[in-house]
Design a protein around this ligand. Sequence first.
Ligand code: ARG
Length: 463
Amino acid sequence: MAKLWGGRFSQTTDKRMEAFSASIDYDQRLYAHDIAGSIAHCLMLEHQKIITSSDAHTLVKGLEIIQKEIESGRFTIDPALEDIHMHIEHRLAEICGDTAKKLHTARSRNDQVCLDIRMYLRDETQRILHLLHQLRQVLVVLSEKNIHVIIPGYTHLQRAQPVLISHHFMAYYEMFTRDADRFKDAYRRIDVMPLGSAALAGTTFPIDRAFTANLLNFKEISQNSMDAVSDRDFVIEFLSCASICMVHLSRLSEELILWSSKEFNFIELSDAYTTGSSIMPQKKNPDAAELTRGKCGRVFGSLISVLTLMKGLPLAYNRDMQEDKEPLFDTIDTLKACLDIYCHMLPEMKLNKKQMQSACESGYLNATDLADYLVNKGIPFREAHHISGKIVQYAIGQGAEIHELSVDTLKQFSDVIDDDLMPLLMPMTMINQRSCMGGTATHQIQKAIEHASEILQEECTNQ
Ligand code: ARG
């Protein structure tokens, strides 16, 4: 096949080279954005009288036909045509003849490809924000529904202090809210129009970049043509946002995996999101959570891939940059799939409230509260901590919990201890005593839930 760039070549491209350099297998997903970008470019050329209205009309019609062909599966792919840009331009020539050759005036594939990625990534970022919104909503609903359920809070994976499970869920709400914030911030730098940078130095034609940007709904226009065609910071930023979000999904996965084990027995995941074992009939495996945890590998890998890809590139465009797409696309698919699974799996999870409650009642989770009690009776905290520690040590020896010891026994460790201590050692009291802002007390968590609901509602109306 004759190449669109074949003028200065006398030999044909080796088949191996064609296969090696083709990106059509994966960049065809940019087709709709490529066509929308070309139509806008074409209208700008017409507006600036660089091409005639009749040519512009022919080109736009041709591009629309191609879009329909692709969407109905009637479009032929040929690796010899390298990428989606060449495929569309080649087909346009078949449809509109010589007029097609005018479309690429004042444009290069270098600014075209980054236009396409930016437009595509704007849409995908919106989709991810939507999924994150849904997931945050799920966490808020779970928190509301289970506001009286308690669970041990852990540090070092050792039982530490009782908390509301809603506090735990709302911690993830905070993480995913920061993720959404990061994606929104990254969006500002995705939303910059590079078209008009041409190959690297701009163009000799009297183009109107603001006109094209306006048609394509871009907030900003790139300021330096050399930077514009060689910038992939926005891809790196996106991958970094995705990586952090995957860290959060993975931590949540790890907890669900632990919680659904016999050892914890805090939750039961729905049959719909678990699998059985081909050999052990009793097994119900938390595969969705494990796969999400496992998929971090490819997402972090993608970030490292594109960072490495870019680090040694001289200005401006280099073909290396074609390698930005697979990691980016894979990350988008992976993150969306994980978010979607979580939006559906979490509401169906069953909480084993009894088990969570009884886990709060053993393991000396009230030792801090005992120390705090002593402080309130005038003992300095470090000393109080020591006394409480001694009591724990004694209780362990007795095979008992602190609240199972009599007040008389406890008095032997400190004579300030009295009957008023006992209610303070009950999990729900301990929880509600922690009423500082951000603490686990019921009314604080209720406040956090209300605040989150308002934010989610606002986000809906602003969309
Ligand atoms: N497929 C190429 C890419 O993704 C498009 C740009 C090609 N530009 C070039 N000068 N060969 O980067």
